[in-house]
Ligand binder design. Structure first.
Ligand code: PLP
Length: 470
């Protein structure tokens, strides 16, 4: 059966029915859709079956971080599959898994004690949620009443039921709410563009959000909460939204006040995407549990992970020592080998330095050249993780209606009209307000000229798209 098919004119067809019926945030495949067929990945380019080359300016969904077609990674995975293709982790481990976990723990400057390797960001979040719950049962004085989680509206934490329940992605949750766990409540995200009042100083905004969180702990009963869950830089749901300075210190303080854990979801914003290996390094705090994914294996294998801090590990060590969890394919040798090689390449080639050095060029040129467009409401991000939010009215920040599916259409326009650039769409609603954005998240090894080309091309796409739309 042919699942992926190239249209005669090379254009992709998207999930039009679903997007128009719901919201452009619903970007899932329609059974009747056909897709551009990829022939190969080559450096920063995706090469289509008809030979056209797309500069992958978003690394898919912020996955690709060393580009495509890397022989070192391919060879490491091949070697691993020939040596040990599968590892039943109930009895065994592999050098690849041990080395990867060590590399990850070492990367946290002593903050994290152990790493746990799974296959997807959603699995990592499920494990994080269960770890947090079990932690309270492992305490010398167990706290079985801790059954609740507090998270933030319009965050995305994964597609499986537990991850979906702590997530605040309205459209992805809607159909499944009746079968999701109910012991989750949500507070406002830290979203300067739409959440901060006019002229409100950062400190006042942080104080207001910390109070909202504190009030939520009080409302649900502080000793019933396992953890507060947040993305340090919100990815797919809001479009690369960092918090204002001091926010994470403030929410960390609230968690400590009530003895709750802090889970940071770095599946999208982590592993170097924001310029430091871990996004929390820029917040002056460390989480108790952290999830990682996309950039860990850079797209070469499905691999994700959970990093666990000393407080949780020490408690398990004094308790049963057994996390009641596991997957057939956890710690998969091919995933570990790929991730290990990708991370070594990032280290050896100084790619985080490249991100740090070129991030100001990316941010300034996006803000100056794309941000000035009348339909661009806001440009925000960090490192190589940038979001462009589109609005119908720049003055009032009024969003486009959902049925315009602007974010998806812009990405599709760029592909169909052969601009040669691939960017990633997203959107949704926060507290009843919609937003459409695209994400620019190039591989960490692009050059300054690549960045200039991406920005100039995205600018043309945005100008031509809205000119054609009006
Ligand atoms: N958490 C965040 C922040 C994500 O962006 C995603 C995926 O987009 C997930 C979790 C889920 O990861 P996966 O799609 O690998 O299951």
């Amino acid at each position: 059966m042919v699942l992926v098919k190239l249209q005669a004119d090379g254009a992709s067809t998207v999930d039009r029915e679903t997007t128009s019926a719901q919201d452009s945030a619903v970007l899932h495949r329609h059974l009747g859709a056909s897709f551009l067929s990829l022939e190969k990945g080559q450096s920063s380019y995706l090469v289509l079956e008809d030979g056209r080359m797309i500069f992958d300016a978003s690394g898919g969904a912020a996955v690709g971080c060393i580009g495509w077609g890397n022989r070192r990674v391919a060879e490491a995975v091949t070697r691993q599959i020939l040596d040990v293709p599968y590892c039943p982790t109930i009895f065994y481990t592999t050098k690849a898994q041990e080395d990867l976990c060590q590399l990850l723990v070492d990367s946290t400057n002593g903050h994290m004690a152990r790493a746990y390797i799974v296959n997807s960001g959603s699995e990592a979040m499920e494990a994080a949620i269960k770890l947090a719950r079990q932690y309270y049962l492992e305490l010398e004085q167990p706290q079985p009443q801790r059954v609740r989680f507090i998270s933030r509206r319009q965050s995305y934490h994964g597609i499986t039921l537990g991850a979906l329940a702590v997530g605040g992605h309205v459209t992805r949750r809607a159909k499944f709410e009746p079968i999701m766990m109910k012991n989750v409540s949500q507070v406002s995200p830290c979203f300067e563009y739409r959440g901060k009042t006019n002229g409100e100083p950062d400190e006042a905004y942080v104080e207001r959000l910390a109070k909202e969180l504190d009030d939520e702990f009080q409302r649900v009963g502080p000793d019933t909460v396992c953890a507060f869950v947040a993305e340090p830089v919100v990815g797919a749901a809001l479009g690369c939204v960092p918090s204002v300075p001091g926010y994470f210190k403030a929410v960390r303080t609230v968690c400590e006040k009530y003895g709750a854990l802090l889970i940071l979801d770095e599946v999208m914003c982590g592993m170097g995407r924001t310029g430091t290996l871990h996004a929390w390094e820029q917040e002056g705090i460390a989480p108790d549990i952290q999830t990682i994914g996309k950039g860990l294996g850079g797209g070469y294998q499905p691999v994700a992970g959970v990093l666990v801090g000393h407080r949780v590990i020490n408690t398990f060590e004094k308790g049963t020592g057994v996390f009641v969890h596991g997957h057939t394919y956890q710690g998969h040798p091919a995933g570990c080998a790929a991730a290990l090689e990708v991370q070594r390449i990032i280290q050896e080639e100084g790619l985080l330095k490249n991100v740090q050095e070129l991030a100001p060029l990316l941010s300034k040129s996006l803000v100056d050249e794309v941000g000035s467009h009348p339909n661009v409401g806001n440009v925000r991000g960090r490192g190589f993780f940038w979001g462009i939010e589109f609005v119908a009215n720049k003055e009032t920040s009024e969003p486009f209606p959902a049925e315009d599916h602007v974010a998806m259409d812009i990405c599709e326009f760029a592909l169909a009209k052969n601009y040669g650039v691939g960017v990633y769409p997203g959107g949704g609603s926060v507290d009843g307000v919609r937003g459409d954005h695209i994400i620019i998240s190039p591989p960490y090894n692009v050059s300054g000229d690549d960045i200039k080309w991406i920005v100039a091309t995205v600018k043309r796409v945005v100008e031509d798209f809205f000119a054609a739309k009006s």
